[in-house]
Write a protein that binds this ligand. Structure first.
Ligand SMILES: CC(C)(COP(=O)(O)OP(=O)(O)OC[C@H]1O[C@@H](n2cnc3c(N)ncnc32)[C@H](O)[C@@H]1OP(=O)(O)O)[C@@H](O)C(=O)NCCC(=O)NCCS
Length: 185
């Protein structure tokens, strides 16, 4: 099963375009495979969801009711990353309780194949996602909240235009609260 989703890393990833498409139900086995990989488990909730749990949490029509939009990052024609955006206001379950601005969007992302980490692809992916979100004129600000110890993610987000505003505590634990305003885009 895993071999089926092994990305051919000999492709010319430096020149292949990085784009995003909406995730569909058909992508859930791929997402399940990625969420089982150690480099993602370390920074994405610390658990290995079963296929059933992936369906429960990541089915796009279920995520839509929580105002979360899932995407697949594409390297040329090949899926290589998972990303999601969300409306911060009204997230519930203790998330972003002080937020009053309906224009704030949040983002999270992970690259599926460990061989592709640290090659600049995350920066391209985050830039593409932020570009897409700011094309909606009602979006005022984009935020992200990596663990303060996830220095690779923090550096990636800085390169993509985010700045750390403060250290916060989220329902998932301590986080570096990073934002990018429309004016800086
Ligand atoms: C976070 C993630 C999306 C970033 O994508 P990426 O393609 O690896 O990032 P980039 O290559 O664009 O940028 C990484 C930067 O961090 C730097 N870096 C790597 N490890 C580092 C470390 N331990 N300390 C400081 N900087 C580090 C790299 O040198 C690079 O900076 P540079 O270009 O100035 O040299 C990707 O690493 C990933 O999916 N990680 C696993 C899951 C995860 O952490 N998800 C994010 C949850 S918030």
């Amino acid at each position: 099963m895993v071999a089926k989703y092994q990305l051919n890393t000999s492709i010319g990833f430096a020149s292949a375009p990085v784009t995003l498409r909406h995730m569909t139900e058909e992508d859930l086995p791929l997402l399940h495979d990625w969420l089982d990989r150690p480099h993602i488990v370390e920074w994405w909730g610390g658990w290995r969801p079963s296929m059933e749990e992936v369906r429960t949490h990541y089915l796009p029509r279920v995520m839509a009711t929580e105002r979360v939009t899932p995407y697949i990052g594409m390297l040329g024609d090949t899926p290589f990353a998972y990303a999601q955006s969300y409306v911060a206001l009204g997230s519930g379950d203790g998330w972003w309780e002080n937020e009053t601005d309906p224009g704030v969007r949040g983002i999270d992302q992970s690259i599926g194949d460990a061989h592709l980490l640290g090659k600049g692809l995350g920066t391209k992916l985050v830039r593409a996602l932020v570009d897409m979100l700011f094309r909606d004129p009602s979006v005022t600000k984009v935020q992200t909240d990596p663990a303060p110890t996830n220095l690779r993610a923090i550096r990636c987000y800085e390169k993509a235009g985010f700045r750390i505003v403060e250290k916060i505590v989220t329902p998932d634990g301590p986080a570096a609260y990073m934002i990018q305003y429309r004016s800086a885009w």
